[in-house]
Structure formats: structure tokens, C-alpha cells
Design a protein around this ligand. Structure first.
Ligand code: SR1
Ligand code: MG
Length: 414
């Protein structure tokens, strides 16, 4: 941080900053004094504001020198830099599926993007009962295009290595993921918490299961040592804003090169959390369909991108095998992504129930015993998945196990 220039912005300072940016000021329209500045901070880390004028609105995000929800947890400011680099990298690869990048201020650590005030955070929409089957398909498309386009399959290694070097400096947020997702929940740590004593026996089982701990260690190693593509790095349902027919991925501050199945697993894990928080069978069936649709869309689009070049782009690795051998090689890679997806979905579910950063999915269940039972269902399912990763090898296996365990814990409609 440069202490002479960085300061946390209030409404007046935001007006002054934006007034000095002619392209954005004209997008808003009218005099700065009449712009509405509304704080909408919602996530754990940053301040977020909507700035609106007579013509339009933008979204402004500023990093704080600490975690927003815990000022004692100090944090470097550079996360908005990585988010802006992520956005600039993936926006052209997945047009219409992110927000539009408008401005980055390297001294104030401010990122300004298109406002999505007509959209709803996907987690909130799901909790309100939205059934938007197109969302999962579009997220599949997003992950396929963003990951393929930043990988060695689409780019010369020189470009990929340069990008890897840039994003490998995203140390603070990679440390958060490593600790909060892949470490803390598996040992006693003051950041962990859960309210329902009914969960404690499952937590103790998880922590004493050698198969589970080995699976998590393997996922941790893969997260750090398989730089297959540029990840979003935190692709939960709170990092997606949507309407019924327009879906945008936001909040790419955790961007880092890693295994593609990490992003897929984050998304699938959060759909599973929603699945266990859903009271009725029809709602649960819809979520099973969403998970299947996501995977199908990701898988098909990734393979289509891979096989669409008659001759590979200049500088990329030229295939050595053709015909059936190439098909086998492609299938192996897709199976690797699928295995990672299943494993990372498991650890995401666990950390959202017993780790530091929980999700709101279960909060809508009024009856505390029912709420505990639903959380226990999700936690038990994730434990089962990690313990039986050798048997749960495909998304079809995963969905079958989910449907079986979900039926057991189904509760009455609220
Ligand atoms: C201290 S940050 C906690 C969590 O919030 C973010 O959205 C990420 O999910 C992170 O793990
Ligand atoms: Mg976020």
C-alpha cells in the first residue's frame, strides 16, 4: 500500500473520483452533485458502491486493508488489481458472461465495472425459489471458455507462463483458499464454527477418516500444482448475478492458475448446498438437473473448443496423436477435470458448513432442528463423497449418490 495516496473512499470521495473520469461520468449523465452513491457491500472482503446518474449506473469496488467483516484480519490491497486483470483476461473469452471492465485505479485499489442492479445474486434468487435452468448452462459455457482460452490448449506457452507469473503473485487470496477451504476444517482452528451440536459427530468422523484426509491432501496438492487454466477461484453462487436469461460471473479477485475442476467443484458444491436447503422434492429435482446441465454444458463446450481448430493456433502445442488416440487423450483430461470437480465440490460443502465463511442457504429454514438436519445431510454427503472418491468417479455417480442421500433427509415444505 502507498500510504500517501490510498484512502478508504466515502460517498463524496467517490463522486470526486468518478467526476474525474470523463467516459464514466458521461455514462452516468448529469452533474456529479446529483449522482446517487449507495453502498451495497455484501461479500466478506471489500467495499462496494453503486453510483447512478440520470443516464446510467456503475459499480465501484474498493479493497480495504483488512477483511471487511473482520477489521482485525489485515489484508494487502492488491486483490482489486488481480480482479481487474482476471476480468480483462476472461471478458473477451466469454462475452456477455462477466461484467464490463470500465476502470482500475492502482493507487486507490478501486475497480469500476458495469452495474448489474437489475440482476439478483444467484444464491439469493435460488433461496427465493427462482427456477432458471439457463443459468447452469451459461456457467458451464463460462467455465469452458474462460478455462480453455487461458490454457495451453489455446495459447502459446510463453503467454500462459507470463499470465501464470502474474497471477501467482495473488498470494494473500490464494492463502485464504488454501487455509479456509483445504486446511482449517480438517483440524481444530479458532476460525471454524458451527452452531448445531448435531454436526459435531460428523465433524469428528471427517477428521478421523484416513481416506477423507488423504483425499483432501491430494486436492490441496492439485490446487497448488496443476496450473491448467486461469481460475475464477471463488465460483460460488454469490459470485454470480443473474436474471432468468442473463447471467454474469463477478468477483474474480481469487484468480489464480489451477486445476479447472476447482471452479467446476466450487459451483457444483454450492448447488449441492442449495439442494440440501430446499424443502420440496420438485425443487431438489430441479437442482439435480442444474448440476447435470452445468457439467454437460461445460464438458461439451470445452471439447468443442478443443476439437474446433483444423490447425491449432500459432505457437500452441501441436498434437502428436490423431484419430482414436487423440480422443482417448481428450477423454483422459476430461476425466481428470471430472474427478477434481467431485473432490473440490466435497471440500467446498464442508468448509461452508463448519469453516469460517458459511453461506446463507440454510438460514431460510425456520425450524432449528430441521435446519440442523439439512446441514447434517449436506455435511454427511460431502464426507461420503470424499471417503468414496474411488467409487464416485463420474458426475452420474455423484448425482446418483446425491439423490439417494437427499431423499433420506427430505423435509416437509415450509
Ligand atoms: C476471509 S474471506 C472468506 C471467504 O469469502 C470469500 O468470498 C471466499 O469464499 C473466502 O473463502
Ligand atoms: Mg467474493
Amino acid at each position: 500500500m502507498n500510504p500517501t495516496t490510498y484512502r478508504t473512499l466515502d460517498a463524496a470521495a467517490i463522486r470526486a473520483l468518478v467526476a474525474g473520469l470523463p467516459a464514466i461520468a458521461s455514462r452516468l449523465g448529469g452533474p456529479p452533485a446529483q449522482w446517487r452513491v449507495r453502498e451495497v457491500s455484501d461479500g466478506n472482503l471489500n467495499n462496494v458502491f453503486l453510483v447512478g446518474g440520470v443516464k446510467g449506473e456503475v459499480c465501484l469496488k474498493q479493497a480495504l486493508p483488512h477483511v471487511r467483516v473482520d477489521p482485525t484480519w489485515k489484508m494487502p490491497l492488491d486483490r482489486t488489481f488481480f480482479e481487474s486483470e482476471w476480468l480483462r483476461a476472461v471478458q473477451p473469452l466469454a462475452p456477455g458472461l462477466t461484467t464490463e471492465f470500465l476502470h482500475y485505479d492502482p493507487e486507490l485499489y478501486v475497480l469500476i465495472v458495469e452495474s448489474l442492479s437489475g440482476h439478483t445474486v444467484l444464491r439469493t434468487a435460488l433461496m427465493q425459489g427462482a427456477r432458471w435452468p439457463g443459468v447452469a448452462l451459461r456457467i458451464g459455457t463460462f467455465v469452458a471458455h474462460a478455462s480453455f482460452g487461458t490454457s495451453l490448449l489455446a495459447r502459446p506457452f510463453e503467454d500462459v507462463f507470463t499470465a501464470r507469473r502474474l497471477f501467482s503473485a495473488n498470494l494473500a487470496l490464494t492463502r485464504i483458499t488454501l487455509d479456509l477451504v483445504l486446511d482449517d476444517p480438517y483440524r481444530d482452528h479458532p476460525r471454524n464454527h458451527w452452531h448445531d451440536p448435531a454436526l459435531t459427530p460428523i465433524v469428528l468422523d471427517i477428521r478421523s477418516s484416513a481416506a477423507t484426509l488423504l483425499a483432501v491432501e491430494n486436492l490441496r496438492r492439485r490446487f497448488l500444482s496443476q496450473p491448467q487454466a486461469l481460475l475464477h477461484g471463488d465460483l460460488h453462487t454469490g459470485s454470480i448475478m443473474s436474471t432468468a436469461d442473463d447471467t454474469r460471473v463477478i468477483d474474480g479477485e481469487f484468480a489464480v492458475y489451477g486445476p479447472i475442476g476447482f471452479d467446476c467443484g466450487m459451483f457444483v458444491g454450492n448447488l449441492v448446498l442449495h439442494y440440501f436447503a430446499t424443502p420440496d422434492n420438485a425443487g431438489r429435482q430441479a437442482t439435480l438437473h442444474d448440476i447435470a446441465a452445468f457439467w454437460h454444458s461445460f464438458h461439451e463446450e470445452f471439447l468443442t473448443l478443443w476439437t474446433s481448430h483444423e490447425t491449432p493456433p500459432p505457437g500452441t502445442l501441436r498434437p502428436l496423436a490423431y484419430g482414436p488416440a487423440a480422443r482417448v487423450a481428450r477423454q483422459r483430461f476430461m476425466n481428470e477435470i471430472m474427478a477434481d470437480t467431485i473432490g473440490f465440490a466435497g471440500v467446498e460443502i464442508i468448509r461452508r458448513i463448519i469453516g469460517y465463511a458459511h453461506t446463507a442457504d440454510f438460514d431460510i429454514i425456520a425450524d432449528p432442528r430441521q435446519r440442523a438436519a439439512c446441514r447434517a445431510g449436506a455435511l454427511g454427503f460431502a464426507y461420503h463423497v470424499l471417503e468414496h472418491l474411488d467409487e464416485i468417479r463420474t458426475m452420474a455417480d455423484f448425482l446418483r449418490h446425491l439423490a439417494e442421500q437427499g431423499r433420506a433427509g427430505l423435509h416437509e415444505p415450509r
